[in-house]
Design a protein. Structure first.
Length: 267
């Protein structure tokens, strides 16, 4: 096992001690804190932090992932704030530096990156045993996923409409889907979340069109409308749980199990 106290920006973080007051500006990481037994030390969250719902109801919200109420957060006196390179801006991180001593920056880009994430927080916040339990659970699930031979497929994974938006190959979502042999399509260079045009040619190139539940909450009605307006056969269209494919942290365990069953049902 490899433990490190160095985050995704190369910053070293000393042990936090039992009095750490943690703010999480990343939904996946808020959920992970509870899985690590750190829920009582979480003093602030975003309004997008929704799991676990009952426990988070008592934690003050300070805004979104890009824009927060700094006065409110400062009043809560956090010693640490959890950030993510994709979900929070550099400008926000720089503003937080004025009053939060430790900014822990994360950047999981694939399911296996969760091992380092668990161990980073486990070491900083003295939860190494809990971190190892999560690692063991994820390892078991990934081995189950990898033990099955999955047929290769091209999938169009939609996250937004008006305009249509998809995911590029260099995303956590795409790397999750790769574990079951699914390649996200189209594959524009250097674009992580591209705007796309739905054309007959594009639909002819893919095996499945996946409609995510987030950030746009697609419904069965959207699939019906899509089939009617594009002529795409309904059996090629699927709703998919976006939390299970895009949330890292402790949600990755349930996410890998979900993806196994989802892909098996599409086989």
């Amino acid at each position: 096992m490899t433990y490190t106290s160095i985050d995704a920006c190369g910053q070293h973080h000393p042990p936090a001690g039992p009095d750490a007051r943690i703010a999480s500006l990343v939904p996946s990481l808020s959920e992970l804190l509870f899985a690590l037994g750190l829920g009582t030390q979480l003093v602030a969250r975003t309004h997008y932090c929704i799991h676990p719902a009952a426990e988070l109801a008592a934690v003050p919200s300070v805004g979104g992932t890009k824009k927060i109420n700094h006065r409110r957060l400062a009043a809560l006196a956090p010693t640490h704030v959890l950030l993510n390179i994709d979900e929070n801006t550099q400008e926000l991180s720089a503003q937080l530096a004025a009053y939060v001593p430790q900014r822990i920056v994360t950047h999981p880009c694939a399911p296996q990156d969760n091992f380092a994430l668990y161990r980073l927080l486990g070491r900083v916040f003295d939860r190494e045993a809990e971190a190892e339990a999560l690692c063991a659970g994820l390892q078991q699930r990934l081995e189950r996923l990898d033990a099955r031979r999955w047929p290769g497929r091209r999938v169009l994974y939609l996250i937004w409409r008006e305009p249509w938006m998809s995911v590029g190959a260099d995303t956590y979502i795409a790397r999750m889907l790769e574990r079951v042999g699914w390649q996200t399509w189209p594959r524009p260079a250097a674009v992580r979340y591209p705007q796309i045009e739905i054309t007959p040619q594009l639909l002819a190139e893919v095996d499945l069109v996946l409609f995510s539940s987030e950030p746009y909450r697609f419904t069965a009605a959207d699939l019906e409308h899509f089939a009617a307006t594009t002529g795409c056969a309904p059996h090629r269209l699927r709703l998919i749980d976006g939390e299970m494919t895009s949330w890292y942290g402790s949600r990755a365990l349930a996410g890998v199990d979900y993806l196994h069953d989802f892909a098996a049902a599409c086989a």
